[in-house]
Design a protein around this ligand. Sequence first.
Ligand code: AMP
Length: 319
Amino acid sequence: MAKLNEVSGIKEMYHNVQDDWSNMRIFRTEADMRAYRAELPERTRIGFVPTMGGLHDGHLELIRMCKCESDITIVSIFVNPAQFAPGEDLFKYPRTEPQDLNQCKVMGVDVVFIPSVEHVYPNGYGTWLKVDVGEPSRNPNSEGASRPTFFSGVATVVIKLLHVVTPTVLYAGQKDAQQCAVLRAIINDLWFDIKLVIVPTRRESDGLAMSSRNGYLKPFEREHATIVFRCLNMVVNSVYSGENNANNLRRKMRYFFEVEWDRPSGIDFVLLYVSICEQYTMLEVQENLPTGVPVMACIAARLGSARLIDNVVLPKTTG
Ligand code: AMP
C-alpha cells in the first residue's frame, strides 16, 4: 500500500511538472510574437534558436546552451522555401511539429515561434537580401555556389525573424559553418546589436554530423555516411603532420574519396565540393594556410537522396 502511495506521489509530482511545461507559449504570427516581446522587461537576456524543425540532438544542443545563458529562450520553426532550389527536398523535408513542440517543452523553451509560409511570404512578397559573403564569386566551392538561392533565402528569413524576436544572443551550429559566416556578416554589416554564439557540431557516435536530412539515408548508405567525417579527420591529421598548402589539402581530400576510399559497389555517392576557406569570410585559401585567421575544411556530398555537409576548423599553423 505504502508503495502505491509513493507511486501516486510521484504521479502527482509528474503532473505538476507537466503543468509547468504548459507554460510554453506558441506564436504563429509576427504580431503575437512582437506583442510578447514588447512586454518583456528591457534588460531581459533573450536567446534565440532559429530552426527548420525536425529537431534532433544537434538542435537540442543549441537550445541547451541558450537555456543556460538566457532569461528567455525562443525557438523558431520554419521550413523556409526560399532556401530550397527547384528540385531540392522542400516537399519531403521532415515536418514534425507535434514532436518538435514536445521536445521544446521538455527542454523548457519559453516560446516557440512557428509562422506559416503564407505569413512570411504573402502574395506579392518581393524583398530579398543578398549577402556577398555567401556569393559563389567569393568561393566557388561553397553552399552559395552549389545551391544558388540558398544564402539569399537564409539571410532574408533570418533578418525577418531577428526584427521580430530582437534577441540578445543568436545561437547557430558550427555544422552549418558557411551559414554562420553569413549570419556574422548580417549582424556586423547591418549593425544588429546581437551576439552570435556558435555551438560545436553534435555528432552520432560514429562521427556522422547530426542532421534532419540523415533520415533520408537507407541503412546501407548510413553505414558508409561516416566517409565525410573520416575525410575531415584525414585533413586535420595532414595539417598536424606539417601540410600547410591549401591546394595540396584539397587535392588530398578529392584523392581520399576517389582513390583511398574502398567505395562499396552500388553506392550512389557524389562529391559536390571540397573547400579550404577562411572561417569568417569564406574566402577560399589559395596557397599556404594563413596564420592568425581560423581556416576550415568543408565538404558537401550527396549520398543516395541525402545531401551531407560537414566541416572542421583546422589546427593553427605557424605559417
Ligand atoms: P536547421 O534546422 O537544419 O536549419 O538547423 C537549425 C540550427 O541548428 C542551425 O544553426 C544549425 O547549424 C544547427 N544544427 C543543425 N545540426 C546541428 C548539429 N549536428 N550540431 C550542432 N548544430 C546543429
